[in-house]
Design a protein around this ligand. Structure first.
Ligand SMILES: [Zn+2]
Length: 77
């Protein structure tokens, strides 16, 4: 599961990071850089809802598809 840090004051959201801890690091960096270390209003750390399967998932689906086609071909002959 990946997470994003969101700053409501800046209306900005970080890139997805692999853990809540990494999102908190984004939060600290953002506070220091954009808000002089102060805590902005309405900030949050949210789970990333992007459920795309990515290149690895696509290749896996393609491989399974090829195996199914090959199995069907063997059954047909
Ligand atoms: Zn901000």
């Amino acid at each position: 599961m990946s997470y994003r840090y969101r700053c409501g004051s800046c209306r900005a959201t970080s890139d997805p990071v692999p853990s809540r801890r990494a999102a908190r690091a984004e939060q600290r960096r953002h506070r220091a850089r954009e808000h002089a270390g102060l805590i902005p209003d309405d900030e949050s750390i949210e789970p990333d809802d992007d459920h795309t399967i990515g290149v690895g998932g696509l290749l896996l689906v393609l491989l399974i598809g090829c195996l199914i086609v090959e199995a069907l071909t063997r059954i047909a002959y």
